[in-house]
Design a protein around this ligand. Structure first.
Ligand SMILES: *Cc1c(COP(=O)(O)O)cnc(C)c1O
Length: 473
């Protein structure tokens, strides 16, 4: 151990000189428009080595791009079109993963890129003293765009931070009322900071960091009786509920749709018990499910709405926590109660404003509904054709999941899709449910292509399984 750390120090001794060489090399790569074959090979080896040595060797085990990517792995290089990207070897992939739902308006959408470029030429980050115009414009736009009485916005840099702000807002509003308990749902994903993680439900992510925030309870998602019981038990013990936090459709949990009527019933129960309702639409928002926000399918209005992922148009990171005046006003007396340096910076706001413009002008939420139907119908037909492998296909808009009989089949399916240059979500340790989340700009022809690739992948797996069984006999 000691020898190891000494070696570590020795390696680092001429650090200023070697770090300068590293940065010079990186800047050279950044400026290059293309790579020749030798440069590609060298870069791919270097990337894999640095992931191994300095990022986290664990990723190399988990990513199918490393195993299915051929001799040199797959290292991404640039966006090719709205719905495709290319790697350093020139292989073009149809993106049906969308960075887990960030590319709703496509890759490098020209309207978003142009807004960000213009703002970059003027002023990328704000002074923090003068009033910044784009934050004001984005907050007003969100007040107009979001449902109900949602009116004030706090901006941050990620989904996790938008959830963190929502939890703090609810706490500040409810603690004078003696309400400290939070209810989230089993299977929920709200991020991995200590506050957000307390609401997240997955044991594997939570266990090493316990104890988390006190007062967080989880109830089965989609079960209104379970929520009613929890609210009333908490009231009886004096652990009154400050807020209920839910994804209207669970994303990371495997695209779980609640039964019709669940969300309106949740709203009613929250009102009955004086609990705030927080909707985490970090993944379902910005048109993904066929409406601008998933809560609009049943006209349910939260007190606090969390946005991020696609809000920055796949160009800039940005998170937003939008709340009613009633709730948000706890920050009026002291706006410094919750702040972040980069939140709502001019580049991020320019990206978000342009993204909303594109979503509205091209009616992308409605497009998501149509093309989503095409894909879900197609995947459901495949589920009937390959019942030994596919349990179910489900989704709303372009938030779609295919559930396989087991992890291995799902992983093999995702790898086969990868070989056919279609990117879908699914990792080695979580592949039973494969998510399909293309940009909302995907064309109907590309949807058909995805379906035909999926059919080929399943046929291939069926043949492979039969051969294996025959070999065993
Ligand atoms: C991705 C996600 C988050 C976390 O967002 P980050 O930007 O990764 O911090 C929170 N909630 C939901 C519903 C998400 O899908």
């Amino acid at each position: 151990m000691i020898r190891h750390s000494q070696e570590h120090i020795l390696n680092r001794l001429p650090s200023s000189a070697s770090a300068l060489a590293c940065t010079a090399h990186a800047l050279n790569i950044i400026e290059k428009k293309s790579l020749n074959h030798e440069e590609m090979k060298a870069l791919n080896r270097e990337v894999i080595d640095s992931f191994q040595q300095h990022v986290n060797p664990g990723f190399l085990e988990y990513r199918k791009s490393v195993t299915a990517g051929g001799d040199y792995g797959a290292v991404e290089w640039q966006a090719r079109s709205l719905n495709t990207l290319v790697d350093t070897q020139g292989t073009e992939y149809l993106d049906c993963l969308g960075g887990f739902g960030i590319f709703n308006v496509g890759h490098r959408n020209p309207t978003v890129v142009s807004a960000v470029q213009h703002q970059l030429e003027k002023q990328p980050l704000h002074s923090q003293e003068l009033l910044d115009p784009l934050r004001a414009m984005l907050a007003k736009t969100l007040a107009t765009l979001t449902p109900g009485k949602l009116k004030y916005s706090f901006f941050s840099n990620s989904g996790t931070e938008s959830v963190e702000a929502a939890i703090k807002l609810a706490k500040a509003y409810q603690s004078p009322r003696g309400k400290f308990t939070f209810i989230a749902a089993s299977g929920a994903f709200h991020g991995k900071s200590l506050g957000a993680l307390s609401a997240t439900a997955k044991s594997a992510f939570r266990k090493p960091f316990m104890p988390l925030l006190p007062g967080f309870r989880h109830v089965p998602f989609g079960n209104i009786d379970a929520l009613r019981t929890m609210l009333s038990e908490c009231h009886k013990t004096g652990d009154d509920v400050a807020a209920v936090i839910l994804e209207p459709i669970q994303g990371e949990g495997g695209v779980i749709l609640p039964p019709t009527g669940y969300l309106p019933a949740v709203r009613k129960l929250c009102d009955e018990f004086g609990a705030l309702l927080i909707f985490d639409e970090v993944q379902t928002g910005m048109g993904r499910t066929g409406k601008m926000f998933a809560c609009e399918h049943e006209n349910v209005q939260p007190d606090i709405l969390c946005l991020a992922k696609a809000l920055g148009g796949g160009v800039m990171p940005i998170g937003a926590t939008v709340a009613t005046e009633e709730v948000f006003s706890v920050l009026f007396a002291n706006p410094f109660l919750h702040t972040t340096t980069f939140g709502g910076n001019p580049l991020a706001c320019a990206a978000a404003l342009a993204t909303i413009h594109v979503l509205l002008e091209q009616n992308l939420p409605a497009q998501a509904a149509q093309k989503g139907q095409l894909l879900v119908d197609g995947f459901q037909a495949l589920a009937r054709e390959f019942p030994e492998m596919v349990v179910e296909a489900r989704g709303q808009g372009l938030l779609i999941a295919i559930e396989f009989s087991d992890n291995e089949t799902g992983y093999n399916f995702a790898s086969e899709m990868f070989r056919q240059q279609v990117l879908v979500a699914g990792t080695l340790n979580n592949s039973k449910t494969i998510r399909v989340e293309p940009p909302l700009t995907i064309t109907p022809e590309q949807c058909e292509h995805v379906l035909s690739c999926a059919r080929k992948a399943l046929q291939g797996l069926r043949v492979a399984q039969r051969e294996m069984l025959e070999a065993e006999e």
